[in-house]
Design a protein around this ligand. Structure first.
Ligand code: ADP
Length: 378
């Protein structure tokens, strides 16, 4: 079958009318970021910030119009709201937190019913091993008998498909909800399944949040004990909004021993504190080195910095993971060490860290229960 072209998509969208404005979405300039890859179509629908999710039916109409095209295998439309007109913004909420980068209205509905807890794995910058830590912790929790999902929200560089050894595209039997992909007993959703890894995508802050909200809301996660969110690296607006909008139970910060990274780690801690998300603690990754020839443990320059910083900042130090070729090779080849060599010292290290994290999750959920509103009888 011939693959769908950009012109065909735009033609189909010209038949979708925004009833508020009485014109079609293309001539209104609402379509942006159109990407087509192997019959998979993705684009953003830009709406007025004041309209927010009220425009979701229009988003669905766009999705359906493109889906109807022969040759369109999947269609992902994200609703974005570009904050421009200051006077149109809602009055600031009476909190110390800065305004969110997206204006999709907060809803009281749980984003992901059936999911008991959501934890973020974050880092101040890229390349510190955040995704490697996230995948091994998720697998360690699953090995402990928990029902686990992984949401790869690192949409700039999604690595979960590769790390979990999953390829292909998620299916949508009912045409509404996507079924998460699954391997090693862990469910996973990632932009990497929807767009090609080599396709450069330009994401603006609001688009990031919209895509992530859809990966939370429009995916059949089912019953999960823990949803592990692999955050985009860094502490910019997109990350702050994510931390603010996703109902996080807590966060884990991954850092390398280098001081510069630790400065970034502090930023990460402050970001979560700003939005009242408890930081469960810090993991020092690539913390020491085991010589492959003699098995001797070699210390790395500025090792231990994460532990010191954690103590200074009153955070728990969750553990240290060695710089280790097997950790690298296994995660890069889709067989993370926790599943491929569960008896290894490295896998045990991840299991111990995962136990500390799950203890913190359980404590946080318990606290939540205690904080339930008092019943007042009048
Ligand atoms: P991030 O998510 O922070 O960008 P990744 O998890 O993608 O980082 O890791 C970056 C690279 O470092 C990957 O090739 C990964 O395999 C490797 N890596 C991560 N942790 C370790 C480790 N403890 N030992 C050796 N290599 C590691």
């Amino acid at each position: 079958m011939a693959q769908v072209s950009e012109d065909q998509v735009l033609d189909a969208l010209k038949r979708v009318t925004d009833t508020d404005k009485g014109r079609d979405v293309v001539s209104l300039g609402m379509i942006s970021g159109l990407v087509i890859k192997d019959g998979n179509v993705g684009f953003a629908l830009e709406v007025d910030p004041a309209d927010g999710e009220r425009k979701d039916p229009l988003r669905k109409a766009c999705e359906q119009a493109v889906e109807a095209l022969p040759g369109a295998l999947s269609v992902t439309v994200v609703l974005t709201a570009h904050r421009e007109a200051k006077e149109a913004s809602p009055p600031p909420a009476p909190t110390a937190s800065p305004p969110p980068a997206t204006t999709a209205p907060a809803t009281d509905k749980p984003l992901v019913p059936g999911v008991r807890s959501i934890i973020a794995i974050a880092s101040g910058k890229g390349g510190v091993g955040k995704s490697t830590t996230a995948v091994n912790l998720a697998l360690a929790m699953a090995a402990d008998g928990r029902k686990v999902g992984v949401l790869d929200s690192d949409i700039y560089g999604p690595s979960m498909p590769r790390m979990l050894g999953i390829s292909g595209r998620p299916s949508s039997p009912d045409g509404k909800m996507l079924k998460p992909m699954e391997n090693y007993g862990v469910k996973c959703m990632s932009m990497g399944f929807l767009v090609d890894e080599d396709t450069p995508m330009i994401w603006r802050g609001p688009m990031v949040m919209s895509a992530i909200e859809q990966m939370l809301r429009d995916v059949e996660w089912g019953e999960l004990d823990v949803l592990v969110v692999d955050m985009p690296p860094g502490t910019g607006d997109a990350q702050l909004t994510l931390a603010q909008k996703v109902p996080l139970t807590g966060a884990v910060i991954v850092s390398t021993p280098q001081d510069i990274a630790l400065l970034d780690a502090r930023r990460g801690l402050n970001m979560f504190r700003k939005v009242d998300v408890p930081v469960f603690g810090i993991v020092e990754n690539m913390s020491y080195y085991i010589c492959t020839e003699c098995g001797h443990r070699a210390e790395i320059f500025s090792h231990g910095g994460a532990r010191r910083i954690a103590e200074q900042l009153g955070m728990e130090f969750l553990g240290e993971v060695p710089l280790d070729i097997e950790i690298r090779e296994t995660s890069d080849s889709g067989q993370p060490i926790v599943v491929s060599r569960p008896e290894s010292e490295q896998a045990q290290t991840y299991r111990r860290i995962a136990e500390r994290v799950t203890a913190r999750i359980d404590a946080a959920l318990g606290e939540g229960a205690r904080k339930a509103p008092k019943i007042v009888i009048q």
